[in-house]
Design a protein around this ligand. Structure first.
Ligand code: ADP
Ligand code: GLC
Length: 480
């Protein structure tokens, strides 16, 4: 089967979150499953300036955006042994400081940038056979819309089947109606059954309507997005497509996230010998200037600092909890200025207990996963979440809310039966988070129980093989 994945992020070339990890590791797992695969992504600044081996291919792509010609060249990179990653290069659109936005907000021409990207991706495959086009998130949604709504422009693609994966329904690619002309789509598609959404253009909705199959990144999230609470207004559209919507849990690339082999951490360790983990904790405290408080647990956060990730709850609970002096906390993240400021302020009050690093720092993310005792992820909603799965592997007990993929991957610790892999709480309320933190502090003091919990966590296996097989099965069912 010939599969093309269209995505706006792919690790290690360009990443703002889990999407990048998933696109790369799913591609690698599909390759192991013997699928013939290529990936298309934009040639952002991080791609152009990173130390990657890229080759300029002769092909020049010319497409229309808003009725005007726009050109791209194509850079070719490699992932794994046989996967070609094509980077669509147009420096006006993609050679910028960030991928989607700056501190001043989203780039104003995002509709144009990703319409261009989707058109160019389709153009790249012209004249080549393709069984499956698999697009991820709103940035690639138009590739499916263009293919299906404008079959006259892509006559050779009639047999190509489409799969769309929702990584986060909170980001839909919403644009004002005057941007419509940028898409070069016939006006009649701007209606509530297709791309119109309360007067605006909704790119993700377009893909939900046109894709042959829709997947999302955990079974629980597949259910949740069909409800009013978590459907972000698209629950009706998703319910209409319930028969074509499935939740496939993301996996982990254990060649990158594994404490036995991780080159980014100061000492490696194993479920049967955790001395390296203790060394990692000491080194992390020292690096961050935290007091050497041996009897209290170190809790880690590595996250986009957004409402989705539960930071409104953290804001309510943390000041008093930290003042209690029963744990230390390290935070690595960037996001909404409000939350960045909250952490900066709080660290000023508790420099010996709270270390905050604002920014994106991959090596530090690994060192936190390895050095912390617990990993906090109290998300308001969570399509899948990768960090909690990384934490399990690193023996860093996740403290999570029972929602989406968190619910599907972390089992609550039961002190009576001595089962479970993490601390799970239900309600999105301050008292519930406070209680979860107290439970964590309690189990930390009971060393044999902590050891059991850690061992069960580390032995959990979320490798990609099963999920990749589910995607491959889906492709096969579509093509047969
Ligand atoms: P999401 O994709 O919603 O942000 P996930 O848990 O799926 O959440 O994936 C987050 C990924 O991004 C993880 O690999 C995590 O380590 C990484 N990450 C998030 N914030 C940072 C940061 N500030 N620095 C380094 N890595 C980060
Ligand atoms: C999104 C979600 C996250 C998921 C990731 C990869 O960013 O917020 O839960 O793990 O995509 O699918």
């Amino acid at each position: 089967m010939r599969v093309a994945m269209i995505a706006s992020e792919i690790a290690p070339f360009a990443k703002t979150g889990g999407l990048a990890d998933v696109v790369a590791s799913l591609a690698l797992a599909l390759e192991r499953d013997n699928q013939e695969l290529s990936v298309v992504a934009p040639a952002y600044r991080s791609v152009l300036r990173g130390r990657f081996e890229l080759e300029q291919i002769g092909r020049k792509l010319s497409v229309s955006v808003g009725g005007k010609p726009a050109d791209a060249t194509v850079l070719q990179g490699r992932l794994g042994r046989r996967i070609t990653v094509y980077f669509i290069r147009n420096d006006h659109y993609f050679d910028r400081e960030s991928l989607y936005s700056t501190a001043d907000g989203d780039y104003l021409d995002n509709a144009e940038r990703f319409a261009f990207f989707s058109r160019a991706a389709l153009e790249l495959f012209r004249g080549r056979p393709l069984d499956i086009l698999h697009a991820h998130d709103w940035q690639a949604a138009l590739s499916i819309v263009f293919l299906k709504a404008q079959q006259h422009l892509y006559p050779e693609r009639r047999a190509t089947k489409t799969v769309f994966t929702i990584h986060n329904l909170g980001f839909q690619g919403l644009f004002p109606e005057p941007d419509w002309h940028l898409l070069d789509l016939e006006r009649h598609w701007f209606n509530p059954r297709h791309l119109e959404f309360y007067g605006r253009i909704n790119l993700l909705k377009g893909a939900l309507v046109f894709a042959d199959k829709i997947t999302t990144v955990s079974p629980s999230y597949a259910h949740e997005i069909m409800t009013a609470e978590q459907g972000f207004g698209l629950q009706g559209v998703l319910r209409d497509r319930a028969g074509d919507l499935i939740g496939i849990l993301n996996g982990v690339d254990y060649s990158v996230w594994n404490p036995e082999t991780d080159p980014l951490i100061p000492a490696r360790y194993h479920v049967r010998d955790l001395s390296g983990k203790h060394a990692c904790k000491g080194a992390l405290r020292e690096q961050l200037g935290l007091a050497d408080a041996r009897r209290v647990p170190l809790i880690g956060i590595v996250s986009r600092l957004t409402t989705q990730k539960g930071f409104e709850l953290v804001e309510q609970v943390l000041p008093a909890a930290l003042a209690g002096g029963k744990f230390q906390l390290v935070v690595l993240g960037a996001g909404e200025p409000r939350f960045e400021e909250f952490f900066r302020r709080l660290t000023g009050q508790h420099p010996e207990r709270l270390a905050v690093r604002i920014g994106f720092d991959e090596p530090l993310a690994h060192r936190i996963e390895a050095g912390a005792d617990f990993f906090l992820m109290p998300s308001l909603y969570e399509p899948c979440g990768l960090s909690q799965m990384y934490s399990l592997k690193y023996g860093t007990i996740p403290i999570v809310r029972a929602v989406g993929g968190l619910k599907d991957t972390v089992e609550d610790y039961d002190p009576e039966k001595d089962t479970g892999t993490g601390i799970v709480f239900e309600r999105y309320e301050a008292a519930a988070l406070e209680n979860a933190l107290s439970r964590a502090i309690e189990v930390y003091a009971e060393k044999p129980r902590l050891a059991g919990l850690r061992a069960r966590a580390m032995e959990k296996d979320f490798s990609w093989e099963r999920s990749a097989a589910a995607y491959a099965g889906l492709y096969r069912a579509l093509v047969l």
